[in-house]
Ligand binder design. Structure first.
Ligand SMILES: [Mn+2]
Length: 690
């Protein structure tokens, strides 16, 4: 399949504001513009964004019911009651469980934890698990990352056990009758940061407990490494307090004292390295998740809480193996999905619906995401078992998959989710109809442009601006992720002197630049572009600059996100001629009017003139550009225009002037030149970000 075309969209350029921020904060103007693009526009919020640290971690007692929860836990610790932390099998649930367990053990609690099994129990509190815990002596249950909807389950055990719910999911209208509910999203909770992950809420509980024991002066920032992993994995916005938690946690990771994380970093090949959010997202989280997907998630919690180095190593190896087997299953199902797609007319299909017998339910969501990345169409992967299909849906920004499923609800046994991701259960015989109906909904609601992935570009960045210092400044915008995307820059007309295919099956492309500061462009997975690029022709790039350290050498390089051949000067002129006339266009308009007048034609429409110019010069000038040219000629006293009745326009050339003309005497001409210049720097090959 040919590479997907991407749309390049440029954020509106805010020169003055960027210059002001740049001066005040002593940062590059391009970095200031990047901050502005993220809604950070004044000195105070910019300082906070760039340099914020632990001082921005909020008071945990601002969370509604925190004091109730803390006193109940303190009572349980004092009377040695058995406490169980009830978590979830995803990374958010595993990390939440681990930090509450660790904090409570440090405070001397009699504690254990429980993670429901993904396959046999599913997400959240369930009655038989609760019964089991009650029977084995649990007196206080603390949920993490779940429980907010468990009205029935909590009501049933009210008399036998006290339950504290900590969760970050959207509360339903009726809340469970728990002893205390801690959830920043619940009605009446004044906590300002509403987007905490489950592990963020769990952390606030730990922080509150710590302060209860050791005083508010005793800030508690242990386990932020674990908090960062859960927060990144749960894909909550990396803004506000989340961003601070993740920033501090990532900084802790390389020197973590957590034996499990240490062992995990080793099996990932990340030991001793600086860890960023993509390392967590692509290496650490999938391994913690692999056990939840393929077998018991308990191993993930065990890894994060163990004090035994050998056990940590054993578990990390297990997780790594589980991850490899998960990848193998994923690859197999991806191949089967691609086989099915080979039979599909991809130009006609608006939504890709694929189904197979017993596809592993733990990986179909990942495969669906990969197919969305590759084809940029909504994808539904359905695993069939016993006459029913369980599906994972992933969508593109323009298509609200949850709304679409709602319109097909008569075909579905069950469904849930949100705009971009959803799950469903469907009787097998309804699958073809679902495919048909979803395609019809997409055809009705989406335009061709919705199927084009968009690169939002922060600004043009001349290559000479790139230096180690610039890249260091840029790093202050990290951590990147959901809600705080990695900056993207663009440059035009870049010369390169060498191209080379690298990697297995020549998948990647490396270009050597004719530039002294930046040496290379690395274009991952763009090997197939190689044939269409030649050193004779310049390129336009969308990129992120970075520093490549290799054998002690530091090289500045660009990581390409897209590459296009630069437009020729002729192509650029044709584009600019659609915006405003230049000297050339004005000459053509003048000569064309002259030709008309010569043959006695004075009543002319803009369309007349425009088509004559196309005929004479093969230049297409839109009517409004012809109109601007006429205004300029009028201002220069070269012609008269009279609008008569019924819109008849009489255009009449005046006798040629004696003295030499100066176009810049026309204010409209000066305006036109400015418009062309602005368009050329901001819009050629670009649309504006909305
Ligand atoms: Mn969660």
């Amino acid at each position: 399949m040919a590479r997907l075309q991407k749309a390049w969209k440029l954020f509106p350029v805010k020169h003055e504001l960027a210059a002001k921020l740049s001066r005040k904060l002593n940062i590059s103007e391009f970095i200031a513009q990047t901050l502005i693009n993220r809604g950070v526009t004044d000195e105070k919020s910019a300082t906070q964004f760039l340099y914020s640290g632990s001082e921005y971690i909020l008071n945990p007692y601002l969370l509604k019911n925190m004091d109730i929860a803390v006193s109940r836990i303190v009572r349980a610790i004092n009377s040695d009651e058995k406490i169980t932390v009830y978590g979830d099998y995803d990374v958010d649930g595993i990390t939440s469980c681990a930090i509450v367990y660790k904090t409570l053990s440090r405070l001397g609690a009699n504690i254990n934890f429980y993670i429901p099994d993904r396959q046999s129990e599913g997400y959240g509190l369930n009655a038989s698990a609760l019964d089991g815990l009650i029977n084995t002596g649990t007196k206080l249950l603390i949920t993490v990352d779940c429980g907010i909807s468990a009205v029935k389950e909590v009501s049933a055990v009210l008399d036998c056990i006290d339950i504290i719910i900590t969760d970050h999911h959207q509360p339903p209208p009726e809340l469970p009758p728990a002893l205390a509910i801690i959830n920043p999203k619940q009605p009446g909770c004044p906590y300002p940061e509403k987007n905490l992950a489950g592990v963020g809420v769990a952390f606030k509980l730990c922080q509150a407990l710590w302060q209860k024991y050791y005083g508010t002066e005793n800030k508690f920032f242990d386990y932020l490494d674990i908090v960062a992993i859960g927060t990144i994995a749960d894909i909550v916005p990396l803004t506000g307090e989340n961003r601070v938690l993740v920033k501090l946690g990532l900084a802790q990771l390389p020197t973590t004292s957590n034996l499990g994380i240490k062992a995990l970093l080793e099996v990932c090949g990340l030991a001793g390295k600086k860890i960023d959010s993509s390392n967590v997202g692509f290496a650490i989280a999938p391994r913690l998740n692999a056990v939840g997907r393929v077998s018991q998630a308990t191993a993930g919690v065990e890894l994060l809480i163990t004090d035994d180095q050998n056990y940590a190593h054993e578990l990390a190896t297990l997780l790594d193996e589980e991850n490899s087997s998960r990848q193998a299953i994923e690859k197999l199902i991806l191949a089967k999905a691609e086989d099915q797609l080979a039979e599909v007319d991809l130009n006609a299909a608006k939504v890709l619906v694929l189904a197979g017998e017993d596809w592993h339910s733990g990986v179909i969501g990942i495969v669906a995401s990969r197919l969305v990345d590759k084809y940029f169409k909504p994808v539904i992967m359905i695993s069939i078992h016993d006459g029913y299909g369980k599906g994972s849906c992933r969508s593109i920004p323009a298509f609200d998959i949850y709304a679409a499923l709602t319109r097909c609800s008569d075909l579905l046994t069950q469904f849930g989710g949100h705009r971009q991701a959803a799950g469903l259960t469907i009787p097998v015989e309804n699958i073809p109809n679902l495919c048909y109906r979803l395609n019809a909904i997409a055809a009705e609601t989406l335009s061709a442009a919705d199927y084009v992935p968009v690169l939002n570009i922060d600004s043009f960045l001349p290559l000479e601006e790139i230096s180690s210092a610039f890249i260091e400044q840029l790093a202050c915008l990290e951590p990147y992720g959901f809600g705080n995307p990695s900056p993207l820059f663009a440059c035009r007309n870049v010369q390169f002197k060498e191209k080379r295919l690298i990697g297995q099956q020549s998948r990647h492309l490396k270009l050597k630049l004719n530039n002294t500061t930046v040496n290379d462009v690395i274009a991952w997975n763009m090997g197939e572009l190689s044939d269409s690029l030649s050193c004779e022709e310049n390129i336009d790039l969308v990129f992120v600059p970075n520093i490549n350290e290799w054998q002690g050498h530091k090289n500045l390089q660009l990581i390409a996100h897209d590459i296009r051949q630069s437009l020729s000067s002729k192509e650029i002129k044709a584009k600019l001629d659609q915006i405003a006339p230049d000297r050339d266009c004005i000459r053509q308009v003048y000569l064309t009017i002259k030709e008309f007048n010569k043959t006695g034609q004075y009543n002319l429409s803009l369309q007349h003139v425009s088509s004559k110019i196309l005929e004479n010069y093969q230049t297409f000038l839109p009517e409004q550009v012809v109109d601007m040219a006429l205004t300029i000629l009028t201002e220069l006293n070269l012609l008269t225009i009279e609008v008569g009745t019924e819109g008849v326009v009489t255009i009449c050339l005046k006798p040629s002037p004696l003295k030499k003309l100066n176009l810049s005497d026309s204010p409209t001409f000066c305006k036109c030149l400015k418009m062309r210049e602005e368009y050329s720097t901001q819009h050629i090959q670009f649309e504006e970000v909305h």
